[in-house]
Design a protein around this ligand. Structure first.
Ligand SMILES: Nc1nc2c(ncn2[C@@H]2O[C@H](COP(=O)(O)OP(=O)(O)OP(=O)(O)O)[C@@H](O)[C@H]2O)c(=O)[nH]1
Ligand SMILES: [Mg+2]
Length: 492
């Protein structure tokens, strides 16, 4: 119970206030407490100066107790519902706060004007106090209704979204109550809360409608793109590879594999590119490269930034083209098992010139700069692309272009551009899927089927699509076989 408030009330006028307290609590022992507090209060008032209630305090307190008893009896007789302590406490609090000024006006101020009040005046003053009491009870009831309003307000003030849109009238009521609140509590009006309640604020609507916001348009665009991408994925998953393709993938251990599976199959997983080996070998060492031509030493002998720097075409050339970071340089190393000769990096755009490597004295392997995404300036990338295009369209000794495609991402527009160019200049090219170790075996087969299908009308393409992984060594052997045939059959 709000004892603080009680004290305040008594400070103003003990008799009336006791009545109001008894109305709230309705307990006899309450009078004792009020008596104790009253003494302290009178002392305060005396210090304030101008009140001399000490002489009549006993009478007034008696009157107050009597009044309280009467009220208690009345309450017992009345069948009204008992008010909850919390509610009455709040109401009492509100009452006390609101009653202060009016009460001062009637009781304290009047008394101050007449500091030497006599017994004859007492009745007059008591009459005034009664009038004050009547006034108080009237204001009290008003205050109670204010408090109950505030209770409702406090419930409605929660930042919950209302179920139905509140009418303008309701809003105004709420606003007035809020204003009332601000006045009663003597605190500055909280404007933010009022703004939140404003049903005419269209900021939320704007988000919901999607008509005004530019962000919404962007969101929709992204959703649309996502849908298109999803349908691409769905199309990809719908591809059914041929049984021969599936068996090739399985036989060569293409696609993502568990090391335990490879170990069981007889591969030495301690080696780099362990699948570039003969399965079920009794030796823990790697078998020799089966194609003689790839046993030769790989030596870098020229690099060119412009076509005028190209070395003379003395040897048949096999070039490796493709987007940046697709694994061109890594494939050169894996084919020859000479890791580190062609420099590799996980940062796209490492190879920035056309690099020529001799493989013995029979063939030349050419590492081309990548196109597409790379950490380089646009004009630099354009220059590389032009150089690559010039090389594949004009180079005399070029016998085969291995066009490398990342198995996970498939063909991109720049790949198609290069294909169109090679088709135009009748340059022989073969698609090589790289990084097969990062996708599932079924997806390797799907990607190969998809590309074969899309390019089956092309004239300069050499089938089949090759599938490799420089990391695991899967499919490397098959690619060696194909490329050594190219080297053997060439006539310069
Ligand atoms: N998992 C996996 N990673 C690979 C494979 N081949 C290459 N990589 C990695 O891919 C990254 C790029 O390889 P590079 O050989 O430098 O690629 P590139 O096509 O020569 O790149 P640019 O010279 O920038 O055009 C490196 O981090 C390689 O380790 C592969 O078969 N499997
Ligand atoms: Mg490279």
């Amino acid at each position: 119970m709000d004892l603080k408030t009680r004290g305040k009330n008594k400070k103003i006028h003990h008799g009336v206030q006791q009545g109001s307290e008894s109305e709230v609590d309705g307990k006899g022992k309450f009078a004792v407490n009020s008596g104790r507090k009253r003494k302290r209060i009178f002392a305060d008032q005396h210090v304030d100066g101008k009140l001399s209630y000490n002489t009549k305090s006993k009478d007034l307190s008696k009157k107050g107790i009597k009044q309280m008893k009467d009220d208690t009896v009345k309450r017992k007789n009345s069948k009204g519902p008992a008010r909850s302590i919390w509610v009455s406490g709040r109401m009492n609090n509100a009452t006390s706060k609101k009653k202060h000024p009016s009460f001062d006006g009637i009781g304290a101020t009047e008394s101050a004007k007449e500091p030497s009040c006599k017994r004859s005046n007492r009745s007059k003053e008591e009459g005034k106090l009664d009038a004050g009491k009547y006034d108080l009870s009237k204001k009290q009831s008003k205050s109670k209704s204010d408090s109950s309003k505030r209770l409702v307000q406090s419930q409605t003030n929660h930042p919950k979204v209302p179920h139905s849109k509140p009418s303008k009238k309701t809003f105004q009521n709420k606003q007035s109550v809020a204003d009332d609140n601000a006045e009663v509590d003597g605190q500055p009006k909280k404007k933010k809360r009022v703004i939140r309640l404003d049903p005419h604020d269209i900021s939320n609507k704007r988000l919901d409608d999607g008509t005004v916001s530019g962000e919404r348009v962007e969101e929709k665009k992204k959703e649309f793109e996502k849908d298109a991408e999803m349908s691409k994925n769905a199309q990809f998953r719908a591809i059914e590879p041929s049984p021969s393709m599936l068996s090739f993938v399985e036989d060569n251990f293409l696609g993502r594999r568990r090391l335990i599976e490879l170990k069981r199959a007889g591969y030495n997983i301690e080696l780099s590119a362990p699948l570039d080996n003969i399965p079920f070998s009794t030796s823990s060492e790697r078998e020799r490269i089966e194609e003689n031509i790839f046993r030769n030493k790989l030596t870098f002998f020229a690099s060119a930034k412009v076509s005028s720097s190209f070395p003379p075409p003395d040897l048949p050339e096999i070039a490796f083209a493709g987007r940046s970071n697709v694994g061109k340089s890594s494939l050169l190393n894996a084919l020859t098992r000479q890791w580190g000769v062609a420099r590799t990096s996980d940062k796209p755009g490492l190879t920035q010139t056309i690099n020529f490597f001799k493989l013995g004295s029979k063939v030349c392997l050419v590492d081309l700069p990548g196109y597409g995404f790379a950490y380089a300036k646009e004009e630099v990338k354009d220059a590389w692309e032009e150089l690559v295009k010039e090389y594949v369209s004009t180079r005399v000794g070029l016998k085969r272009v291995c066009l490398l495609i990342d198995t996970k991402w498939g063909m991109k527009p720049r790949d198609h551009e290069l294909i169109d160019l090679m088709e135009r200049y009748q340059t022989k090219y073969q698609i090589v899927l790289t990084k097969t170790d990062v996708v599932f075996p079924i997806d390797v087969a799907r990607r190969a089927t998809q590309i074969e299908e899309s390019l089956k009308e092309n004239k300069s393409i050499v089938q089949p699509v090759m599938m490799v992984s420089s990391k695991s060594g899967a499919g490397i052997r098959s690619l060696r076989t194909v490329l050594s045939k190219v080297a053997r059959l060439v006539k310069l």
